[in-house]
Design a protein around this ligand. Sequence first.
Ligand SMILES: NC(=O)c1ccc[n+]([C@@H]2O[C@H](COP(=O)([O-])OP(=O)(O)OC[C@H]3O[C@@H](n4cnc5c(N)ncnc54)[C@H](OP(=O)(O)O)[C@@H]3O)[C@@H](O)[C@H]2O)c1
Length: 353
Amino acid sequence: MKAAVLKAFGSPLSVETVPDPVLGTGEVIVNVAAAGVLAYAGDVYSGKRQYLLELPMVPGAGGVGRVRAVGPDATRLAVGDWVSIDPTVRSRDDAVTPDIILQGLTAGSPEALRLQRFYHDGSFAEQVRVPTENAIPIGEIEPADAGRWCGLGKLLVPYGGLLAGRLLAGETLLINGATGAFGSAGVLVGIAMGAARVIATGRNAQALADLERRFAGRVRTVQMSGHEEEDRRKMQSAAGGPIDVVLDLLPPEASPTWVRTAVLALRPYGRAILMGGIRSDVSLPYGWMMRYGIEVRGQWMYPREAIPRMIKLVRSGQIKLGEVTEFPLEQINEAVAHAATNAGPFKMTVVRP
Ligand SMILES: NC(=O)c1ccc[n+]([C@@H]2O[C@H](COP(=O)([O-])OP(=O)(O)OC[C@H]3O[C@@H](n4cnc5c(N)ncnc54)[C@H](OP(=O)(O)O)[C@@H]3O)[C@@H](O)[C@H]2O)c1
């Protein structure tokens, strides 16, 4: 089969003929129809992000395709089914503290490298081998829509955070980094989950104005200045009342102070979910958290059962899939460059192997 191979950090991907994956028990092979390219994929392949990857490998995290072959233990999945490929692969030998990799993107932790050695290759290929539970049926779709259905991956990340934050209909939600790809998806998901108001923060005035226009009445925006007190005051004033949940999706380049700005804007007994790429520690006032029962938790990806529910939110029309720009596999390097310069709300770059 054809696949895009990353041989060394900093070298371009090369499209080559590689051996077809071989099916094992507990696995599914999917004919990949479309795979999303992250805005920061180039930073991963250059080594800048220092993601745990053993090279050479076929990158590509998740996507959409049709089942090519199922193992003997698949009870419902059938050849030809359209599926969403979930890159979140969990080890099966520890139910309490599973090791987790994002197949085709990162091992996440040194402990998970063994799992990554087995599910080594990702979806920038004509075929990908995944654990059975990572091929989730999406129902019939037009083949031409496969790229747009890759948008599920964008939506599921903030959905995982909002489920972890137990967002309730009628609550006020603040998304920190809402002008980004995942943050803007979080605004969409928060609205679909019934948030009465969403406060969207970011720096890009145009993107913020677009968000406010798109969700007229439900979304208020705050353009961050970097002055902690002032930004927090603006967040609280935009909320016009207590902020129940904060979802942070800032990238590694952002200052941890921006995270604290948002977390400290919470109401007493509020919940903050940290999902971004921040590497430095965030200092938070112990006494305030203790006195007001503040919850702060991290979240990586989403629980498995969130996926069929998100598919239903899309199928029921409560969430619209965004626009995509598509590239053939042969132009994978152009796709990576395009994704970096065309990041932002409600648009995606995909490759069609
Ligand atoms: N926990 C998980 O499961 C999970 C899954 C996927 C991704 N992530 C993380 O989510 C992060 C965001 O991804 P993305 O693709 O949405 O990124 P993105 O498109 O680059 O968006 C980043 C957001 O942060 C803002 N931002 C960018 N640089 C900043 C800086 N230096 N200071 C302050 N704000 C800044 C952007 O604001 P403006 O555009 O308005 O300037 C935008 O709102 C990633 O870095 C990744 O680590 C986490």
